[in-house]
Design a protein around this ligand. Structure first.
Ligand code: FMN
Length: 366
């Protein structure tokens, strides 16, 4: 089923996926001409982010397993938790355990909070700081009705005075760098991104991340990178650009077109977890390695094993979801997705994946 956030056929200047043509090499080196300018690193307050790439927070996706998995593949400078209710953090220890649990090898890591009460958000930010997070982030982008109804996420974009109170309250509560991730505005008639970014800078926030769509757009249409450029021109603190990066070429294009200090990648990460490393390679030498079928197989098994080892709640659902993203565009992927959706239990899902890839690898010339 097509998800509301899936606009894969509408946008992105990304290059099509290329598959190894066989032969003795199992990877295919993509030649892209001279390397493109891409920031090596960015400092968010006192925290150096190297390289200047961020894994976008994604509810249901960026749990500790996925974050570590991305980190291990290399090239990702900062990882973030999925958004977490400030109210939940304060009232319910289970929320803390489930959403704010991380391992030492995840540093630097940012915790993203949502809510609309300045005092509760400040208290929750203190907890985040005490837990050892390197940064705390405020979500002003979530378009989900249940979040907006309580004035959280993008709901706040229509109330800049309240946002100021939240900024001030959280800023005063913690020493760690405080950042905000937001959409450009509620709709095309109410674009607030530049005003909001200036306010963030005024209130002592250390960076802003803009998903260059309105709330009304949801995930449809194209991200409008010109809004990122406008924000970059208006403030001095680092600007992280987000929206529709599907390839290393896109990442470099965003930097070139907007002047942003770092890029943030969401939906492409589960589809191509190597994208961060590829950006690093592309920036360094103008080419990047395209993983072969055997790498994809190894990768999906590693992730599934990590999920099972962590005894993650909902691991089975996550495996199904991930397999579906990950096999998008892979020849024969539809058949595998069907097998996986019908499978019962983690072990059965894993064996469906193993059969699929083993058959593919056997059919390939060595
Ligand atoms: C499944 C899913 C969950 C998301 N959850 C969050 C979230 O918890 N917090 C947030 O700020 N944005 C969330 N987002 C938005 C992403 O962080 C990102 O802004 C958006 O997907 C655009 O970037 P992309 O084009 O690289 O995917 C989510 C997106 C998806 C697809």
């Amino acid at each position: 089923m097509r998800k509301t956030w899936d606009n894969s056929d509408q946008c992105g200047a990304g290059a099509p996926a290329h598959v190894s043509a066989g032969g003795t090499r199992d990877v295919w080196l993509r030649k892209c001409g001279p390397s493109r300018a891409f920031p090596d690193s960015v400092n968010i307050g006192t925290v150096p982010i190297r390289p200047a790439t961020v894994l976008a927070p994604m509810a249901g996706v960026t749990d500790t397993v996925f974050r570590r998995f991305i980190k291990q593949l290399g090239g990702c400078g900062l990882i973030m938790t999925e958004f977490t209710s400030a109210d939940g953090v304060l009232r319910n220890p289970k929320v803390r355990g489930r959403y704010l649990h991380f391992y030492q090898d995840e540093h630097p890591i940012s915790a993203q909070l949502f809510g609309s009460d300045p005092r509760l958000l400040a208290d929750a930010a203190r907890i985040v700081e005490d837990l050892g997070f390197d940064l705390v982030d405020l979500n002003l982008g979530c378009p989900a009705k249940k979040v907006v109804k309580c004035n959280g996420g993008s709901g706040l974009l229509r109330d800049l005075p309240l946002i100021r109170k939240i900024f001030e309250s959280v800023r005063a509560a913690v020493k760690i760098p405080f950042t905000v991730k937001f959409r450009a505005g509620w709709n095309d008639d109410e674009i607030v991104c530049v005003d909001l970014a200036r306010m963030a800078e005024d209130c002592g926030l250390c960076a802003v991340a803009l998903h260059a769509r309105t709330r009304e757009q949801g995930y449809s249409g194209n991200a409008r990178w010109e809004w990122i450029a406008s924000v970059k021109q208006a403030i001095k603190i680092p600007v992280i650009g987000n929206g529709d990066i599907r390839s290393p070429e896109d990442a470099c294009a965003m930097v070139a077109q907007t002047g942003c200090d770092a890029v943030m990648i969401g939906r492409m990460a589960p589809a191509n977890p190597w994208i961060f490393r590829q950006i690093e390679q592309y920036a360094e030498r103008g080419s990047y390695v395209q993983p072969a079928e055997a790498d994809r197989y190894q990768m999906i098994r590693t992730y599934f094993q990590m999920l099972l080892e962590e005894e993650m709640p909902g691991a089975e659902g996550k495996m199904k979801q991930f397999a579906s993203w990950f096999t998008h565009g892979v020849p024969g992927g539809a058949a595998l997705r069907k097998t996986i959706y019908e499978a019962e239990g983690g072990a059965e899902i894993l064996s469906g994946v193993e059969e699929f890839f083993e058959a593919k690898l056997q059919a390939q010339p060595l």
